[in-house]
Structures are given as C-alpha cells and as structure tokens.
Design a protein around this ligand. Structure first.
Ligand SMILES: Cc1cc2nc3c(=O)[nH]c(=O)nc-3n(C[C@H](O)[C@H](O)[C@H](O)COP(=O)(O)OP(=O)(O)OC[C@H]3O[C@@H](n4cnc5c(N)ncnc54)[C@H](O)[C@@H]3O)c2cc1C
Length: 414
C-alpha cells in the first residue's frame, strides 16, 4: 500500500497549482485525475489572467433577459429541460447581482485577483513556461456609448483600488490592435490583466514542475475515494494509496464525490464553447478582445484565434448545443478577419459556479482531513496559483496571506 501525506483530486489548473504549492513546502503529495493535467475546463478557456477583475458577471436585466429567453442572444443560451433544476441557482444569482452584493464580491475577491498574475508568473518562471505569458492586458470593446456608460461604477471602484485602465477611442484601440475593424466607438484597456497563449501547456508545465519536486501524478477515478480509520484511501490505476488528507479540486465534477459524503453545496455550471479560426492574411491580435455587447471573446492562441462564448445554462452532462457560436459569428466576422475553423467541431466546457460567484476554499464541513477548492467560475485559470498558495498556507499551518473567511463552505449554511 503506497502512502502520501496529501491526495489532491483533480489535475485542472486549481488542483495542479495546489499540489505544486504543497510540494514546494516539502509535503508528499499525489495528484489524481482520470485524464491528463489541464485537459478539461482548464484547457478550453479564454486564457485571461484577470488581475483587474472587480465585479462578477451580472444576471441579465430586462431587454437582455427577454432576448435570452427568446434564444436570440449571442451572449447566453439555456436548455428548457434544465430550468427546473437550476431555478434556485438562477434566483440566487439574480439576488447576488444587486449593487451591494457586487461590491461585497469585489472586496472579498480583491486579495485573490490582485495577486493572481504575480502568482502565475512565479510558477511560470520556475516551470520554464513564461513563453506562454503576455503582459499586455486585455481590451473590452463597446459598440455604443450607452454600453460604455454602463461601466461608470466599475471605473469608479477601479479608481478606489488604484487599478490602472485606459479609455480609448476607435483609433486609439486600433493603434494597439490594427486588425480590428472600426465597428466600435470606445474601449477600455485593462493593462493589469495578462493572457496566456496556451492554457493547457501552462497547467502541464506546472504538473511537470510538481514532478521534479517528488510529486506523483496518478490516473484514477475520484469516486473511488473511501474514508479510513486515520485518513483516506483511493484505488488508482497504479494501485491503492493511503493519505492523511485529501483536497477536492474537481471543478464542475466536485459534487460527484461530495454529495455521497453528505456535502451538498449549491454548485451550478455555466457551460461555454470555443473554436479556433485561422486569421486571414497577416491579421493578428496581441491580446484578448471582448466584444461586450455580443458576449464573446477573441483570444490569440497558439492554435489560432480562439472564439469563446458566454454562459449556457444547462445540465453539465447534456449534449453540446453550440448555438451561441452561430449567433455571434456575424459580429465576430465583422470585427476581425476570421478565416477557416481549425477543428471540425467546437469544444465545450463547464464553468463551476456558485451563485455568489466566489469559490469554496477551505475545510470540508463535517469531514475531517478533507479540504475543498472548487467553484472558481469564470476565473479558475486566473485564480489557480493563488488558490494553491492559500490552500498550502492553511494546510501547513502558515498564517494565510489573506482572510479565507469569504470562501468558506459554511457561508451556504452547510
Ligand atoms: C469558455 C470558457 C472561458 C473561460 N475563460 C477563462 C479565462 O479567460 N480566465 C479564467 O481565469 N478562467 C476562465 N474560464 C474558467 C476556467 O477555465 C475554470 O474556472 C477553470 O478551468 C476551473 O479549473 P478547475 O481546476 O477547477 O477544473 P478543471 O480544469 O475542470 O479540472 C477538474 C479536473 O477533475 C478531473 N475529474 C473530473 N471527474 C473526475 C473523476 N471522477 N476522477 C478523477 N478526475 C476527475 C477532470 O478530468 C479535470 O482534469 C473559462 C471557462 C470557459 C468554459
């Protein structure tokens, strides 16, 4: 029987970063996944490290909601069949979109967002993967003055936190990104965000670095986790493993092992799609572009220009329905010279989301020797390394670098 101090379940960016931070402190760690590191949600995202983020995505209001209900909106889609299960989440999400709740989120999450880019850069330096990092910020485009004006509160709060940004006109934006067509009136450049050109390779490089620190990566099904007299046991493809403590970092799959243990936290998923396109001629992008009114992003990746969609409210395991890509394509083609798609069909992933948009990071309620780190919503790539540091602080008895109370599972009354 193999023994380790800690088992980390889930080798997405969150679990891999936790495993690496623990290994750096001399803890003997096994990282278990049914697939290779970074191959699920952590593969398919937009690649933005959102150091600038203040507010969560708001529940759509009035006209936008009607357009979504009529299935006409590019920014969101939903499955009728899922509505009965996700209705409690949707109501709670709407309640959390009140101005004071959004401000609460900004305050609770600032300690994580403000360190996120630096934490990634440190891991990239030690894992030899800085070539994927671009510290050029990202740009949010506004086609109408009214859309731009809706950011007034965010800009005011950015000032309060000393976050840098530049408001640009069409020419100023095209000076930074000459391949964009002048179909927008304004943009905001947020230089304190960064982007990565291959999120999969970033997670893989952190996993490789974990291996050089005597970390062990195993293949196995997390649902085989069992409680023992003095810890936890899992049967992996490489044999049984006994550990003292376990960290659940299974992203959208975390409820699969938590609910049978009686830990029922109100996680929902916002599914999202991507597809790569070859740019036409010598067109290109230096940074991620958000077409705010159409709810999609253009991300320059090693594979091509990755178009990523907004949220689809559906059951995690329901068949993919990438209709948002069809709806947004006319706007995207009018904004950037997109050539042929690179893949035969789009990729789909599931953002693991709580209604208050905060992750759960901390001890599992009612299960000794179990820790939770999941529910990072739209920001799991951003927050993986900083979550790794926080979990390692808590598990090794170091004073946490920030107050972890806002991320406790108990906030749901568990
Ligand atoms: C379209 C889209 C765009 C996004 N853009 C961004 C962005 O620009 N910036 C950002 O910060 N975030 C972004 N996100 C969110 C981000 O990708 C996620 O929050 C993040 O990847 C979650 O990481 P994770 O490690 O928690 O989960 P995952 O990466 O999903 O990892 C979970 C792991 O658990 C494993 N697993 C599942 N079940 C089992 C089992 N039974 N046994 C063993 N292993 C199992 C899986 O194989 C997987 O490797 C985006 C998401 C989407 C969908």
């Amino acid at each position: 029987m193999a023994r380790r101090d800690v088992l980390v379940l889930g080798a997405g960016i969150v679990g891999t970063s936790i495993a690496l931070h623990l290994a750096k402190r001399g803890v003997s760690v096994a990282l278990v996944d049914k697939r290779g590191p970074g191959e699920e949600t952590s593969y398919g995202n937009t690649g933005v490290l959102e150091g600038n983020t203040l507010f969560p995505h708001a529940f759509p209001a009035n006209a936008a909601l009607l357009k979504i209900a009529l299935k006409l909106a590019p920014e969101a889609n939903y499955h009728f069949a899922a509505l009965p299960h996700i209705a409690p989440y949707l109501f709670a999400y709407r309640a959390n979109s009140a101005p004071e709740k959004r401000m609460e989120f900004a305050e609770a999450m600032r300690p994580l967002f403000s360190r996120a880019v630096a934490e990634h850069e440190a891991l990239m330096q030690e894992s030899g993967s800085t070539r994927y990092l671009r510290k050029e910020g990202w740009i949010k485009l506004y086609r109408s003055e009214s859309a731009f004006a809706s950011n007034a509160r965010e800009l005011e709060v950015a000032g309060k936190y000393g976050l840098r940004y530049s408001v640009l006109d069409t020419d100023g934006t095209r000076a930074l990104e000459p391949s964009l067509a002048p179909v927008f009136t304004r943009s905001i450049h947020w230089p304190e965000a960064a982007t990565v050109s291959n999120p999969l390779m970033v997670t893989r490089s952190y996993a490789a670095r974990f291996g050089t620190l005597a970390g062990v990566t195993l293949t196995g099904d997390a649902r085989k986790l069992r409680k023992t007299a003095d810890g936890w046991r899992i049967d992996t493809d490489e044999g049984a493993l006994d550990v003292k403590e376990v960290v659940v970092a299974l992203g959208p799959w975390s409820p699969d092992i938590l609910e049978p243990l009686g830990i029922k936290l109100p996680l929902a998923v916002k599914r999202g799609y991507h597809r790569h396109y070859a740019p036409k001629g010598n067109a290109g992008l230096t940074r991620v572009i958000v077409d705010t009114e159409n709810g999609y992003c253009l991300a320059p990746m090693e594979q091509g220009i990755r178009i990523t969609t907004g949220a689809e409210f559906a059951d995690r395991d329901a068949e993919p329905t990438p209709v948002q890509l069809d709806r947004l394509m006319p706007a995207a083609q009018g904004l950037f010279p997109l050539g042929d798609p690179v893949e035969a069909k789009p990729w789909m992933g599931s953002r693991p989301c709580f209604a208050d948009s905060r992750p759960v990071i901390g001890r599992a309620p009612g299960q000794s020797g179990m820790w939770l780190a999941y529910g990072h919503a739209h920001w799991g790539l951003t927050l993986g390394p900083v979550t790794g540091r926080l979990v390692a602080d808590m598990m090794t008895g170091t004073t946490p670098f920030c107050d972890p109370a806002p991320y406790r599972a108990e906030r749901f009354g568990a």
